[in-house]
Design a protein around this ligand. Structure first.
Ligand code: C2E
Ligand code: MG
Ligand code: MG
Ligand code: MG
Length: 288
């Protein structure tokens, strides 16, 4: 590390480089350790899904839920997705992990349907890397067949970056195939990337999810209010549904609902829950 140390010493000052170099190594090591642990997580049954309700703010009806992956590491405990999804994406592990998630979510949908929840939608996050694979549509078809999930109750949440990185024709064809199979498509984290309005008009996307970062400081923050209002009026003009994520307060809900956003997801209603806790939550809600 002599060169690095010299460079560090010159660039950052003598007192800094001793701190700087080991810290970089520690981070690279931590990443590698995490990657290796994640590689085994699927086989070791350390992953599970939690489900966060999506509620119609006007009728109070629970229309669906979003499946969110959780990693219960034997030593580290619950590792947040913000920590391991980026590692999974950089290493390519997101592909097997994402397939696992889709299969588990579809299996759960089929089970809920058999227990009387035939119309409950289950939304599943799809990463750009997964979506861009040539065999993505085939894999989805195989998982639907295997789990006997109802495609009309499965929504794929795709991010703007997934759309930007795929070539136009290919992208449109793929989305159309998924729609033909009966699946719904939502654009996740809307507003955080380069939202191309032209894309939205052309692609068979039925729903936008307003990113939590624009909901957080509503209704007080004028810029967030402008983004939320503009998104909602755009959606109305394009005939799209909108889900607001990260709704924590009734003031946020009221602001959004007044501007035509009916579907809400957030701690105001419920955090993500295990499947059993979600069922209990539904039962309790029905009784009140
Ligand atoms: P996302 O898809 O935008 O999911 C929403 C995130 O907001 C979830 O975080 C959820 O727990 C959190 N959230 C929901 N309501 C509230 C609220 O009222 N307040 C606050 N502060 N947070 C709220 P989570 O579960 O930690 O997931 C973070 C991100 O990780 C997700 O963002 C998604 O991008 C990614 N992710 C999670 N599961 C999967 C997966 O199975 N596959 C892929 N590719 N990505 C996933
Ligand atoms: Mg999502
Ligand atoms: Mg989102
Ligand atoms: Mg988000």
């Amino acid at each position: 590390h002599a060169d690095t140390a010299m460079y560090g010493a010159k660039a950052a000052g003598r007192s800094n480089y001793q701190f700087f170099v080991p810290e970089m190594n520690a981070r690279a090591t931590e990443r590698l350790v995490l990657e290796n642990a994640l590689r085994r997580a699927v086989d070791r049954n350390e992953l599970c899904l939690h489900y966060q309700p999506q509620v119609d703010a006007v009728s109070g009806e629970v229309l669906g839920c979003e499946a969110l992956v959780r990693w219960q590491h034997p030593v580290r405990g619950l590792v947040p997705p913000a920590h391991f999804i980026p590692v999974a994406e950089e290493s390519g592990l997101i592909v097997p992990l994402g397939n696992w998630v889709l299969r588990a979510a579809c299996r759960q949908q089929a089970q809920w349907a058999s227990e009387g929840l035939e119309t409950l939608m289950v939304a599943v996050n799809i990463s750009a890397l997964q979506f861009r694979r040539r065999d993505f549509v085939d894999i989805v078809a195989a998982i639907l067949a295997e789990t006997r999930a109802n495609p009309r109750c499965i929504e794929l949440e795709i991010t703007e970056s997934a759309l930007m990185e795929a070539s136009d024709d290919d992208l449109a064809r793929r989305l159309a195939e998924l729609r033909r199979m009966g699946l719904s498509l939502a654009l996740d984290d809307f507003g955080t990337g380069y939202s191309s309005l032209a894309y939205l008009k052309r692609l068979p996307i039925g729903r936008l999810k307003i990113d939590r970062s624009f909901v957080k400081d509503l209704p007080g923050d004028p810029e967030d209010a402008a983004v939320a209002s503009a998104t909602l009026s755009l959606a109305r003009d394009l005939g799209l549904d909108v889900v607001a994520e990260g709704v924590e307060t009734s003031a946020q809900r009221d602001y959004l609902a007044a501007r035509g956003c009916q579907l809400m997801q957030g701690y105001l209603y419920s955090p993500p829950l295990t499947a059993e806790a979600f069922e209990a939550w539904l039962t309790e809600r029905a009784g009140t």
